[in-house]
Write a protein that binds this ligand. Sequence first.
Ligand code: C2E
Ligand code: CA
Ligand code: CA
Length: 913
Amino acid sequence: MPRFLLPPPRLLARVRWLFLLLALFNAAVMLVMLLLVSSTDRVVQVAALVGLVWLCWRGLRGYQLMHFSLGPVLFEGLALLLVGLAVSPMRALGLFYISLFFRALYGSVHRVATITVVYLGVYIGANIIAAHYGGAALSLVVINQALGFLVLAGMIHVLGRTLQRHEAAVTQERLLREAGAALVVAPDLGRVCVAVRDSAHALLSGGGQIHVWILVGAPDALIIAATSDQAIRDATAVPLDLATFPRSVQAPLLAHQCVEVPVSATSGMPDALGIPSGMSWCTAVPLTVHGGLRGITGVSSESPIGREQREALITLGSMAALAIDSTILAENLHQRRSDEHFRALVQNGSDIIAIIDAGGILRYTSPSLVRILGFQPEQWVGWNVFGSIHWDDLPRARQEWALLLADAGSTRTIVFRMRHAGGTWRYLEANAANLLHDPITEGVVMNIRDITEHKLLEDQLAHQAFYDSLTGLPNRALLMDRLNRALARGSRSPAYVAVLFLDLDHFQVINDSLGHAAGDRLLMAVAEQIEGCAQPEDTVARLGGDEFAILIEETNDVIDAVHLAERIAECLRAPVVIDGREIVVTTSIGVTLSARGGSGADALVRDADVALYAAKAKGRARCEVFDPSMGARAFERLELEEDLRHAIPDGALRVVYQPIVNLATGQMLGMEALARWQHPRRGLLPPSEFIPMAEQSGLILAIDGWVIEEACRQLQEWRLPRPAEPCLVMSVNLSARQFDQPDLVEMIARALHASGLPPHALKLEITESIAMGDADSAVATLNALKALGVQIAIDDFGTGYSSLSYLKRFPVDTLKIDRSFVVGLGHDAENTAIVRAVIALAKSLGLSVTGEGIETAEQLHELQSLGCDQGQGYYFARPLTANAFGARLNDEITRRPRPITSVRGPRPNRGIA
Ligand code: C2E
Ligand code: CA
Ligand code: CA
């Protein structure tokens, strides 16, 4: 079907379409009349036919095009005349009507009037011609017809206009609805203004070129929020003042009225609006809410815009004002909330937030200054912060400060001490950011944290790592460190280094007969005497038990060392009074001397040990100087090492298991696997007799590997018959040497796979010493182990390494507090403080803590009250053979649940059960 035969969707178009169909129908009837009824001559008939086709063509074209010009209309009139002549004037009138009405639906009043006049002329002419031929006179009917004809055409014209307006109103309403929707969803001011601009374009399109601009803000500071040419907005950041607008525009807007004025050559409007030249009309709508001006929507055009369009613009303006108001409110609210959050953070944060200018003057500090340094913020603001930094830390702090200032935007971490109001010094760590260039801050922003506790713990641990807790003397680690340094200084000086090893004779007898406490006091007294004999520059160390050592860093002759040994023997001859008894101790002393840069520290210590052994062998209470023929002890070591080589193949290694318990409930959580060596001649040897040697020779790799396999196998054997029991965890020691093996992870994975033990049931105990080497590779190894699923514990925590910084980087699960700290719990305040600090540190890092070597109820209660999670020690159980452990496990399961107070270790018995 041809397109024009389908009813169009819109009302006006539908009316036009109906008229068109009527015209076609009329033309068809006319055609039939022409061909069948008419008797006029052939020439007129053919001409009328052509005219008819022309009229139909015009009707169709008129439907599509609405242009009007007089030429075709006259031609149309001629066609009508011919049709009228060929059929009858009255019939042609039908065609006139239809054609005219059809046209009336389009054009303006004067166009319809012109057509009417032309058509009427044609009609009257046709009547005159017909009257001339047929004799009938121009009657009143004709005039009557003509008047009715005019009125009807006028009415139809009005109808057409009304329909047209109705349609425009519907379109406008739809556009406004769409604009409303766009404004409601616009998330911010910028998007609101863009929506207003686009809606204005849609509403005013059709009326020629326009330029839209939207200003937001107070009358004296209007920001260009959107314009038809976005580049203009982007280029203009300076606010406009309404006072700079032409008065004709300014005054009505200030009175909150819409204004439409010719702006003479637009020169009166600010250039920033980017109004194209030639647009000399300006329509501006104030955007007002609750009587306040929020901005202006303006349209510049070549000619005035219509009334309806202006009204639509006003409606759009009031919607825009509401939208702008609500986004400003929302933005303010958001800003206020984040300001409040920020303020709360700064005011209540535990760190000090400070702003310092380039000269070091404090401009702002948060209230936590009071908590950390004891000063009120007003006491410090305006003062130079460098004045309160510890003088030892000042040079470094100034250096860091200079580096920070040299690089805008850079950040640095500075650690320094500052004086507290109470006169003490606090360690502070400041994260400083150079924001001097930032217009809001214009200073260095510092986030300052109090790390005093952390530092003190570090210092205490460092002290513990290098000093003996009983006597306060340097320990073996510090002795070895000083020895190494002394030997390294060697080549610059011709002097020798001497080492004396001392071992009290029969100390064990005194200890056993008088008790440990008396033994300890005796050791302290002896330590004091030895120290009194040595020179201040010598190092007197306690190596453990009743063994001491003295390092003389510079001596010319071995005689000096021998004289010192004699002085010590002399001093010790005076009795020591312990618990009212006079006790006399003697000591055996081994001396060795090395040229600097000569033998290494280990060799020197071994030689001193050999000399000591020789002194003991020769009847004690004497001094022996090392000489290479004293190889007996060295030989003994070699022999033992050789035996150890065969221990694994011969099945002489054993693993014993010591329970690890939950200190709160007493429930067994797991066990630690500890190696033992069943030596063919010497009997069962503890790790201290062979592990150090195994570490030196590298045999430790095989031993650790074997212990891990055996421990995994054993735990799986215990687990299998008890699937419902909570999973026990097997802790296994890993030597630092094993930790450095590239195939460590595969080795562990193999052991787990072979035994079937789930990875989380295995906990590897490593020592802090791994942090001393390549920390990056240690972290990588630990991550690989964690990825496997096994747990990691730091063993003997607090004895090894003086810095705690590695802890944050190492992915570990547990800290095991060394036995040396647990021993003093309850009576040694320093030990208790360290244990408390270690537990707090572990908690802050989310780690569990295991207390080692718990021997007494007092130690247990102390650990419980400090919040320690887990523990092991003779108080609960000594290390047990696999059989004994299995039996205990059965026992524990049948008796569960048990409160902690009922947990009793077996009576301490020598050796393993
Ligand atoms: P460690 O890892 O600190 O093991 C704990 C040590 O403390 C064990 O000594 C244990 O018997 C002992 N112990 C436990 N509770 C108490 C207590 O209440 N009082 C006292 N005085 N001691 C207690 P052990 O079995 O002699 O092991 C000594 C060290 O030998 C271990 O110290 C560990 O560093 C090392 N070690 C043991 N087995 C292995 C192993 O298979 N491989 C490696 N690399 N090292 C091992
Ligand atoms: Ca251990
Ligand atoms: Ca330990």
